[in-house]
Write a new protein. Structure first.
Length: 300
C-alpha cells in the first residue's frame, strides 16, 4: 500500500520532473536556479505497472469526452437558430472551445498534464517531455473520448446533428483545401507554441505563479484561433476533435477534408520547430526559417 500511495501522490508520472504540464516549479524548495530536467526515456516499461499511468489515460478520455460533448452541442445550438441571434453565435462557439480547454486543463493538469489534444501530446513527445508509451496511450484515449463525446451528442439530437454537419470540420466554400491546410497548420502551431511557453520549466522555476496561470493562456489561444479559422474550416487544431466528429457524422466530404487537414503529419514541422528552436544557435534558426518558407510555398 505504501508504494501505491507514493505512486498516486506523484500524479501522472513517477518521474515528477518530467511532467509536461501543470507541475510545480522544477527548481525545488528555495532554490530558484533553473535545472534542465532529464529527457523522458523513449520507452518506460515501469509505467505500465503504475496505476497513475492508467489514471492519467482515463483523465484524458474523460476530458476529451466532455470537450466534444459541450463544444459540439454548442455548435448544434447555433446551427438551430436561423438568425444566429437567439443563440451564442460564432463568438460563443469560440468561447465554448476556449473555455472548455481552460476548465479541463485546470482540472486534469495534475493528473495527466491536461493535454486533451494529440497534437499537444505529440509535440511534447518530440520535445522528450514524455515517453512514447505514454504518448501513444494518451492519443488513443483522447480519440476514444472524442468519438464517445460526439456520439452522445448525436444520440441526444440525431436529426439536428446530421442536418447540421455533426460539428465535423469541412473547408468552407470559397476556400481551397490548401487554404484549409494552411489555416490548420498555423492554428495548431499557435496552440502548441502557447503550451510550450506557458509550461516552460525555466519560467516555472523563476515565477511560481506561472504554472497556476498556464490553463488561461492555453484556453485563450484556442479561443482566438477559433475566431480566426471558424469561417475557413470550422477550426480543428485538434486531431481527436476532428476525428471524433468525422467518425460519428460519417459523410464523404467530412472524411475528405479531415484527411487533408487534420492528421498529425501536417503539424509535425511546427511541433518540431517549437522545442528545437529554443536550443538552436543563430545559424540553425536561419535554416529553420528557410525550411518554413519552402514548406509554405509548396502548400500554396
Amino acid at each position: 500500500m505504501e508504494g501505491k500511495e507514493e505512486d498516486v501522490r506523484l500524479g501522472a508520472n513517477r518521474y515528477s520532473e518530467r511532467q509536461p504540464i501543470g507541475t510545480a516549479a522544477q527548481g525545488g524548495g528555495d532554490d530558484k536556479d533553473y535545472k534542465e530536467p532529464p529527457p523522458a526515456p523513449l520507452f518506460e516499461p515501469g509505467e505500465l505497472k503504475s496505476w497513475s499511468f492508467y489514471r492519467a489515460g482515463i483523465a484524458e478520455f474523460i476530458a476529451t469526452f466532455l470537450f466534444l460533448y459541450v463544444t459540439v452541442l454548442t455548435v448544434m445550438g447555433v446551427s438551430k437558430s436561423p438568425s444566429k441571434c437567439a443563440t451564442v453565435g460564432i463568438q460563443g462557439i469560440a468561447w465554448s472551445f476556449g473555455g472548455m480547454i481552460f476548465a479541463l486543463v485546470y482540472c486534469t493538469a495534475g493528473i495527466s498534464g491536461g493535454h486533451i489534444n494529440p497534437a499537444v501530446t505529440f509535440g511534447l513527445f518530440l520535445a522528450r517531455k514524455l515517453s512514447l508509451t505514454r504518448a501513444i496511450f494518451y492519443i488513443i484515449m483522447q480519440c476514444l473520448g472524442a468519438i464517445c463525446g460526439a456520439g452522445v451528442v448525436k444520440g441526444f439530437q440525431q436529426g439536428l446533428y446530421m442536418g447540421n454537419g455533426g460539428g465535423a470540420n469541412v473547408v468552407a466554400s470559397g476556400y481551397t483545401k490548401g487554404d484549409g491546410l494552411g489555416a490548420e497548420i498555423i492554428g495548431t502551431f499557435v496552440l502548441v507554441y502557447t503550451v510550450f511557453s506557458a509550461t516552460d520549466a525555466k519560467r516555472n522555476a523563476r515565477d511560481s505563479h506561472v504554472p497556476i496561470l498556464a490553463p488561461l493562456p492555453i484556453g485563450f489561444a484556442v479561443f482566438l484561433v477559433h475566431l480566426a479559422t471558424i469561417p475557413i474550416t470550422g477550426t480543428g487544431i485538434n486531431p481527436a476533435r476532428s476525428l471524433g466528429a468525422a467518425i460519428i457524422y460519417n459523410r464523404d466530404h467530412a472524411w475528405n477534408d479531415h484527411v487533408s487537414e487534420t492528421p498529425l503529419s501536417p503539424t509535425c514541422p511546427f511541433q518540431q520547430i517549437v522545442p528545437l528552436t529554443m536550443k538552436l544557435p543563430p545559424d540553425e534558426h536561419i535554416k529553420c526559417n528557410r525550411h518554413f518558407h519552402a514548406m509554405v510555398g509548396h502548400i500554396s
